[in-house]
Design a protein around this ligand. Structure first.
Ligand code: GLV
Length: 279
């Protein structure tokens, strides 16, 4: 699918899959999600690593020192993530978790619910995905506030304390590792955390402790180790919803157009949208 789609967008180029026998020196671009490091390093003439993923935490130091790395900024993937987040926001705002529990006891009970404008959703992390998630949630009438290091209207602690739901979109970097820990989860109180960023940004032990207390729920799509090991206590915690890293899928049909434009822009000597600035 990728090869056909890329060939459609760049008909003068030759695309092969990772199984093809090739001379490593012929590789001009590598479009990939995960590829063996030794092979990447053997592509000495490569102009850039053009990722088929938004995330870039799997790129090792030796690779990023040798080659420019461009992440995927696909509006359709951002929309996929936004719909995932919106569906969980609605789930908790409309108390579907409570109704499901009541149903198990044949218990008919209407609940007082706020209207969307009084339900505040926080989006942690900026950029294309963050903006799309915010627009999608606002379009449904919800209150929505963003927080990033360079753009915020309140402290991070206040942000966690003000929001009913916090959506974490942060990548895993030295600045973000373990950032969402006991302190911020304490501020979140009885709120909900949705993690679609990267697992290590949340301190799992602190999360489990908060869930054993007041915290309402955690929806987790990303984990420290994936697949999530069978023995991990997150699997069985009654307040945790686990999904297997599916919040934002890469659709080769839409992503190949973005990748092709990244390749064209590098060839024109421009800085492609999505060039990763490490550090
Ligand atoms: C998915 O998590 C991605 O990085 O594209």
């Amino acid at each position: 699918m990728w090869v056909e789609q890329l060939a459609h967008h760049l008909p003068d180029d030759t695309f092969v899959t990772k199984h093809a026998e090739i001379d490593p020196l012929d590789v001009e671009f590598l479009v990939h999600w995960k590829h063996p490091i030794e092979r990447i390093l053997s592509y000495s003439n490569m102009k850039a690593l053009v990722l088929a993923s938004a995330g870039f935490d799997h790129i090792t130091a030796e690779v990023r020192e040798r080659f420019p790395v461009v992440r995927l900024l696909d509006p359709d993937m951002a929309n996929d993530i936004a719909l995932y987040c919106l569906s969980w926001v609605i789930h908790f705002h409309r108390d579907f978790d409570v109704f499901a529990a009541n149903q198990r006891q044949s218990h008919w009970k209407k609940l007082e619910m706020s209207f969307p404008r009084d339900y505040l959703v926080g989006v942690l992390g900026a950029g294309q995905i963050g903006s799309t998630v915010m627009e999608t949630i606002r379009r449904q009438g919800y209150g929505c506030v963003g927080w990033s290091r360079s753009n915020h209207d309140r402290s991070q602690a206040q942000f966690f304390s003000d929001c009913d739901v916090v959506i974490n979109l942060l990548p895993n970097t030295p600045h973000t590792e373990g950032l969402i820990g006991a302190e911020l989860l304490g501020e979140l109180g009885s709120g909900v955390l949705i993690n679609v960023g990267r697992g290590p940004t949340v301190d799992s032990a602190a999360l489990l402790a908060a869930l054993d207390g007041d915290m309402r729920a955690a929806v987790l799509d990303v984990f420290d180790v994936e697949p999530l090991p069978d023995t991990d206590p997150l699997w069985s915690h009654p307040k945790v919803i686990v999904t297997p890293h599916v919040a934002g899928r890469t659709d080769p049909f839409t992503a190949s157009a973005v990748v092709a434009e990244n390749i064209r822009s590098i060839r024109r000597g421009e800085t492609p949208a999505g060039l990763v600035k490490f550090g």
